[in-house]
Design a protein around this ligand. Structure first.
Ligand code: SF4
Length: 76
């Protein structure tokens, strides 16, 4: 699963949203989020992000961001 972190804030690019095959990006308050249960872990979005804000949830200290992404994705 890939997750968006705060490097996304104020980024104006939506290239990641356009390439996602399962449309699992959602609008948060001031950044995009990924629904952790809908992401199929394809990795296509990661190189599209100019802010390097999309990271795999297997990286250290990602738990907070997984819950943040889930919270905002589930508002939709
Ligand atoms: Fe969408 Fe693939 Fe990125 Fe997951 S890894 S958010 S499925 S493009």
């Amino acid at each position: 699963t890939y997750i968006v972190n705060d490097a996304c804030i104020a980024c104006k690019y939506t290239d990641c949203v356009e390439v996602c095959p399962v449309d699992c990006f959602y609008e948060g308050e001031n950044m995009l989020v990924i629904h952790p249960d809908e992401c199929i872990d394809c990795g296509v979005c990661e190189p599209e992000c100019p802010a390097d804000a999309i990271r795999p949830d297997t990286e250290p200290d990602m738990e907070k961001w997984v819950e943040f992404n889930r919270k905002y994705a589930e508002l939709w």
